[in-house]
Structure formats: C-alpha cells, structure tokens
Design a protein around this ligand. Structure first.
Ligand code: C2E
Ligand code: CA
Ligand code: CA
Length: 776
C-alpha cells in the first residue's frame, strides 16, 4: 500500500509543478502550449494506469468498472496524443477530428464505470441513475441554450457537426457528474469523493473550453488545461485510493434517501424558471409549447406524489419489520435496538436499565388442547395485559412463541415494581373461547445498576434469561430477580434443557429409565394404608434424581405425555403385581394430565394394562393433576366415565389450588378429592381457611366423594383434619415417597403389625429420617 501513497504524492507534486509552470508561462507561449498538451497527455496516461491498477487489484464487477474507466481514460490519452501530434508536428488545428473520438470515449467509459461499481443497486435503480443523469442533462441543456449556446450557434461560424460536438462535451460531462453525485449521496467513500471531484473539475474545464473555443478565445496552456490536469490527477488518485474493494459500499443498501429522489428535479425546476421569462416575452409562443410545459409540470407533480407515497409506504414497511404481527408489540429486532439505545444512554448519563423476560408456563398445552387460534388469542390478551402494566415509555416485546420481554428505564425500585405488577396481572384468568384459563408466567428480572457500565446487552439478556429459568425451575414459579449465584448452574442447565436434556429424556423414556417413588395414603380413622401414590422420578446420571417439576414441563412441551403416562402406568401396575405376590394388596394411584383425558382410547389402554397383569380394576386410581381447564370438558367427562364404568377410581388432584375446583366437583364423575397442600397447611393458623377446608370436606361427603388431605407435615394438622372429618391423609409426616422395595417392606411390616392386632398408627410409617431425605 505504501508505494501507492508514493505514486500519488509524486503525481501530485508533478501536477503542482506543471500547473505552476503553466500559470507562470515559463519559456513563452509555445513552450507553455507544448507543456500543457504533454502534461494533459501524461496525466491521462497516469489516470488510465491507476485505473488499470485499481481494476487489477479488485474483483468482479468492480474490476470491470475500473477497466471501463481505464478504457475511457485511454481514449482521452489517445485523443490528447493525436491532438498534440496535430498541433506540435503538423501545426494544424482540425476540429472536429479523430482526436475527438478519443476524447468522447472518456464520458462513455466513466459513465459505464460509475454505473458498474457494485453499490448494491438493482438493475432498476441503475437505470434510474442513468435516467436521472439524462433529466439533469436535458434541463441543463435548456439552461445552457437559453443563456449561452444559442448565441454561439447564432454566429454560424461552425459546421453542424462541430456544433453538435460542442454540445456533446458538456452534456456528457453533466451526465457523468450527475451520476457520480447521485452515487456519492449514498456512499461517501474517499475514492468516490475524489472521483466525483475529478469529474466535476474536468466537466468545468470542458465547458470553459467549449465556450472559449467557440468564441475563438481559447488559449492552449491556460486555465482550461490546468482544469484538465487537476481533474485527471484527482481521477488517478481516486483509482489509487480505491485499493482493494475501496469503492464497494455496503451502506447503500436500504431505501433511497430523499435528497437522491429530489436532486434530479432541481435542475429541471431551474430550467423551467430560466425559460419561463424567455418564453413569456417571446411573441407568439405556440400553444403547443405552453401545453407541453403544462404536461411536463403535471407529470412532475404526479411523480412528486408517487415518490411521497412510496416514501410513506417504505416507512410503514420499515415499521412493520419491527413489529410482531400477531400482537403489534415490538419484535426482537426492535427490542434489541431499544435496549442498546437504553444501555448507551445509561453509560452516558447514568440511570438503571432493567429487562424482564417472561415465558408462559404450559402454553403449549393451550395450543394442543384448544387449538392454535385459541393460543393466538391468548397471546394477544397476554400482550394487552402486560402493556397495561407498564408506563408509556417502556418497551414491551414478543421475542417469539410465548416469550415476552419488557424493557424499563429509571430507578431499580420502579423496575421491580413494574415487574411485580406484570406478574401479578396474570393472577386473573384469561378468557379464551369461553374457557377461563389460568396462565402463569415464569419471569426473570435483571437490572443494570446505575454505576455499572461494564454490563453488555448480551450479559443483561443472559441474566434475565437465567433468572427466568430459575423461576421456571423453582416450584413457586413467579418472578425471580437475577443474583450472581444463580448464574452458572442454571445457565448450564438451561443450555442442556434446550437440546441435550430433551434428547436424554427421550432416551430415558425409551429405555424405561424413569422410575417411580411411592407415597402412602393413610386412613385417618384406623391408620391403615389405604392407597399408594406413584410419583415419577428421573434418576439422571449427572444431575442426580430429578423431581417431576424439573422435567415434566419438557414432557409436555414436546408431546411426550402419552409415552410417560404409559410408562408410569405399567411400572406402577408391575409394582402392584409384585406387592400382591408378596401378600399385600393396596390400590395404587397414578397421576394423569390433560392430554390423556381427551384421548378416548385411554380407558381401553388402562383396562388392557390391568388385564395383562391379571389385576382387577380396583387396583388402580387415576389422579387428575391437570391444573388447566381441559379442552373439552364433555370429552374429559366421557373418558372419566369410561374409567369409572370399568371400576377404576378417579381422584381430583390439587383441589383448592386455584382453578375451577368447585365446578370440577359438580361436573366431573369422581370418587376422591385431594385437597392441595397449600389449601390444607393454613388450617392451624387461619380460622377462615380452616372453616373453608371443613366446609369442602362436608360438601364432598354430601356428594359421596372421599377426601384426601395432601402435604400433611405435622401431627397437629393431621389431628385437626381428623376433627374435620377428613378421610385420608398423605404427607411427609405420615410417610414420604419411597422406592418400590422400601414400600413393599413398609406394606409388609404394617400388614404384619395389623395382623398382630397392634395399632399401626399413621404417625409412624416405619420410615427412618435418612430414608426420607434419600427420597426427596
Ligand atoms: P402431586 O400429585 O400433588 O404429588 C404430591 C407431591 O407433593 C409430590 O411431589 C410429593 O413428593 C409432594 N409431597 C408429599 N408429601 C408432602 C409434604 O408433606 N409436604 C410437601 N411440601 N410436599 C409433599 P412430587 O413427587 O415432586 O410431584 C410433584 C407433582 O408432579 C405431583 O403433584 C404431580 O402433579 C406431578 N407428577 C408426579 N408424578 C407424575 C406422573 O407420573 N405423571 C404426571 N402426569 N404427573 C406427575
Ligand atoms: Ca397426585
Ligand atoms: Ca396434589
């Protein structure tokens, strides 16, 4: 690259020296004339060689462009050489001559070159560039004609061909300059600036030459030649400066700029203004001219309107490109843009930036059970609800699927308040197609403190994501704010949750690697174990034993529910068979979620599974763990009815945890209601809660339904429940979940004890503390 700088510097120095020589007219007029001609020739050769070099060092269309320019410059050099020969050797002054052919090659080559530079233009926009150039030329010609040319031609001293040539030089120059300027508007590259400047200077020199030559006042070696020398120098240096890919301008992609649309019309307006007084003062202007003028004006105004409309459409399209079409919220692109803006502002002016990420829990279930239109309707409602919780300046975006993001600026306290408000807004059910859906988000909040400018956008988003994932994993769900200690484990697990964990889960299902823990249910009156609930576990080789909350969302999201249910049912029934073989017969309960309830074949599969093992239907209880209203309540009713007709017990799980619990009691055919532990646990401290639990137990009894209290963790609660008339209890106090062998052991021991006649009592499930911890 260094040698290029040297060449450019040498050429510039030579040009300065030459110009000084010409201006000083050193050596007299004849010497000056010769110096001027040879100088112009030398610089034309210099520019041509530079263009060849630029073409050689670039590729593709750029190379072609430079080569066209080189050809044009070569033409000029040839013309100049011929001219010098005419003048210096033959002492002739022919005009027009073959030299003019060479000269005229230049604008052709330059124009082709400018149109060829790969500027991200389509064929259309290239054509438009050329047309713009023509419009400008037309306009300028009118001006030139009215002001100067008609006087030149009026003299009648030249041939028609010479006259045409006189006009051709400045006209072609104007095209080149216009095209160069139009391109320059889009891409301000140093090489392009130099090239345009060079063309402007040569164009001025050409015009000056036409004027002075036509009036016979042209002197070789004067200012006109200085103009050509400087112009050629600039063009040559532009070629040298272009280097490899120097003129390529990626930034030209995108909608055209306003000035670019208007620039060509400016000369037209000027031409009209210049002509108007001339036309008006002319006697007997033909009506044709006036009507043409009107026509052209109308076309121009129409063009103006179209251009304006296009600009508006472009603005709309650009706006839409930044919006989520379903909800009208910002999309990921706009969110990133706003976030980066907010972060920059934060770095400059302080202030806190916070990102809240939300992911709807079990959204896929809505899609699966109610259909995509309902899912879409839900997303729109969610969007509206989030927007209603934020301030006007905050940005709410849908990042994709069921993932939303909120960007808040201002104090951390404010951001926290808004985040809580957003999450609380989900407490109210969403009504979609007449279904009341309770949808909970997992939400992660990450804040950049006021004085911390080391956090990047990626960091912030990752933190919010980590917090969100932590919320998803925690049983309490809801909102989590990022803390550094959550970062690693959670992030890693999230990564694996994306791909690896799912793959592993699929394998675990295929290989029946999922296991069951069993938790006893005790009769509150006599302490007998009246049932056992099967709870799924995933003994993961690296992550340890995973609880259902840690992988069931994945099961639901990826449509693996049916295989998991089948796996659980067959494992549970296998255990029941084994226990029976060991002399203990106790009903086993399995958890079933929504998709199975809309599967009319499900009861048949259950019955088959029982029959294959020679088990009677009273060996099995089905617990409906569904917390989301099932898609088709009629279908669910039918499925449950079929199960019951075959003698399988049906239990409603998690009663009182917040969903249409009472209507379940009323509408669904059930045998058992399991009171959720959050419903049960306050009965010791909260008299109103206690009254409600008591009333529900009474109500269930009126309906002939067995009541089971879940999550009983202490004796006092058990005693209170007994007092309320509850039938069955389940919980860590009475017996935690244990593995199949331990359960068999427990059942046998208790069976022995009851046959001894001693009271077993549910406060002592015969499980040691360490066993309890092991199973958790
Ligand atoms: P669930 O059906 O309500 O099961 C009871 C959950 O409460 C179990 O958690 C159990 O370990 C826990 N638990 C039992 N006693 C106590 C107690 O005294 N205190 C407290 N705090 N918790 C107690 P687990 O095993 O983590 O299961 C969580 C949920 O996952 C289950 O809630 C059930 O909805 C679902 N689930 C478990 N196994 C299956 C399955 O095989 N299929 C399906 N679809 N869902 C399952
Ligand atoms: Ca259950
Ligand atoms: Ca439950």
């Amino acid at each position: 690259m260094v040698h290029v700088v040297w060449v450019a510097a040498t050429a510039t120095t030579a040009a300065v020296a030459l110009v000084a020589w010409l201006i000083a007219e050193w050596g007299g007029p004849q010497t000056t004339e010769a110096a001027a001609m040879i100088g112009v020739l030398a610089f034309a050769v210099f520019a041509a060689l530079s263009a060849v070099w630029a073409g050689w060092s670039s590729r593709g269309r750029q190379r072609l462009a430079w080569m066209c320019l080189a050809a044009g410059l070569g033409g000029w050099a040839f013309g100049e050489a011929l001219w010098a020969y005419y003048r210096l050797v033959l002492h002739a002054d022919p005009f027009p001559s073959i030299a003019d052919v060479g000269y005229l090659l230049y604008p052709v080559g330059a124009c082709a070159a400018l149109l060829l530079f790969p500027l991200g233009h389509s064929v259309h926009s290239r054509t438009r560039l050329l047309l713009d150039g023509l419009i400008v030329v037309g306009a300028l010609f009118v001006v030139a004609w009215v002001t100067v040319l008609r006087f030149v031609f009026g003299s009648g001293s030249e041939s028609a061909f010479a006259a045409v040539l006189y006009v051709t030089y400045p006209a072609t120059d104007v095209i080149v300059v216009t095209v160069a300027l139009l391109i320059l508007v889009r891409a301000k590259r140093p090489a392009l600036v130099l090239l345009t400047l060079g063309n402007i200077v040569t164009a001025l020199a050409d015009s000056a030459w036409v004027y002075s030559d036509a009036r016979n006042v042209y002197i070789e070696g004067g200012l006109v030649d200085v103009g050509w020398i400087v112009g050629l120098l600039l063009i040559g240096v532009a070629a040298l400066a272009s280097g490899r890919g120097g003129v390529t301008a990626e930034e030209v992609l995108g909608p055209p700029k306003r000035v670019e649309l208007w620039m060509p019309y400016l000369p037209v307006a000027i031409a009209a203004a210049v002509c108007a007084p001339f036309l008006l003062t002319m006697s007997g202007v033909p009506p044709l001219v006036v009507s043409w003028a009107l026509l052209v004006s109308a076309v121009m105004v129409r063009q103006f309107l179209v251009v304006n409309q296009n600009q508006r459409l472009l603005a709309i399209v650009a706006e839409q490109a930044l919006r989520d079409p379903l909800t009208g919220l910002a999309n990921r692109l706009l969110f990133h843009d706003r976030l980066s803006h907010a972060m920059q502002l934060q770095k400059r002016e302080g202030g806190a930036v916070a990102v809240l990420l939300l992911d709807l829990d079990d959204f896929k279930r809505v899609n699966d059970s109610l259909g995509h239109p309902a899912g879409d309707a839900l997303l729109v409602q969610v969007a509206l609800r989030i927007v209603s919780c934020v301030r006007p300046g905050d940005t709410v975006a849908r990042l994709g699927g069921d993932e939303f993001a909120v960007l808040t600026e201002g104090g951390p306290a404010q951001s926290r308040r808004i985040a809580h408000r957003v999450v609380r807004a989900f407490e109210e059910p969403f009504v979609v197609d007449g279904h009341a859906l309770v949808i909970q988000p997992s939400a992660g909040l990450a804040l950049v403190p006021v004085d911390d400018d080391s956090v990047s956008i990626e960091d912030l988003l990752k933190r919010a994501d980590t917090a969100m994932y932590s919320a998803k994993r925690s049983t309490s769900g809801g909102l989590q704010t990022f803390t550094p200690d959550m970062s690693h484990v959670a992030a890693n697990k999230r990564d694996s949750q994306g791909g690896l964990l799912l793959e592993e889960l699929r394998n675990a299902i295929d290989n029946v690697d999922l296991t069951l823990a069993y938790q006893p249910k005790f009769d509150l009156d006599n302490g007998d174990i009246v049932g056992v609930e099967a709870l799924i576990r995933w003994p993961h080789p690296e992550l340890g034993v995973l609880a259902p909350d840690q992988f069931l969302p994945l099961v639901h999201r990826h449509g693996l529910v049916q295989s998991v249910t089948d796996l659980v049912v067959s494992r549970a029934l296998d255990a029941a068979v084994e226990w029976r073989a060991n002399g203990v017969a106790v009903p086993i309960a399995v958890n079933i979620s929504a998709p199975s309830l809309s599967d009319l074949d499900f009861p048949n599969r259950i019955v088959r599974a029982l029959a294959e093992r020679g088990l009677t239907s009273d060996a099995l209880t089905v617990e409906i763990t569904e917390d989301l209203l099932v898609d088709n309540i009629d279908r669910a009713q039918a499925v449950l009815e079929r199960l019951r007709v075959r003698g399988i017990r049906v239990a409603i799980d998690d009663f009182g945890s917040g969903y249409s619990a009472l209507s379940y009691l009323r509408d669904l055919p059930i045998d058992e209601v399991k009171l959720d532990r959050h419903f049960v646990s306050p009965i010791l401290t909260d008299t109103r809660a206690a009254a409600i639990v008591r009333a529900v137990i009474d109500l269930a009894h009126v309906l002939g339904v067995t009541t089971v209290a879940e999550g009983v963790e202490n004796g006092e609660t058990a005693a209170k429940l007994q007092e309320f008339g509850c039938d069955v209890v389940q919980g860590y106090y009475c017996g935690p979940p244990i593995d199949a062998a331990a359960m068999l052991d427990l059942l046998r021991r208790r069976g022995q004890r009851s046959s001894d006649g001693s009271s077993a009592g549910w406060g002592d499930a015969g499980t040691s503390r360490s066993e309890i911890e092991l199973m958790q």
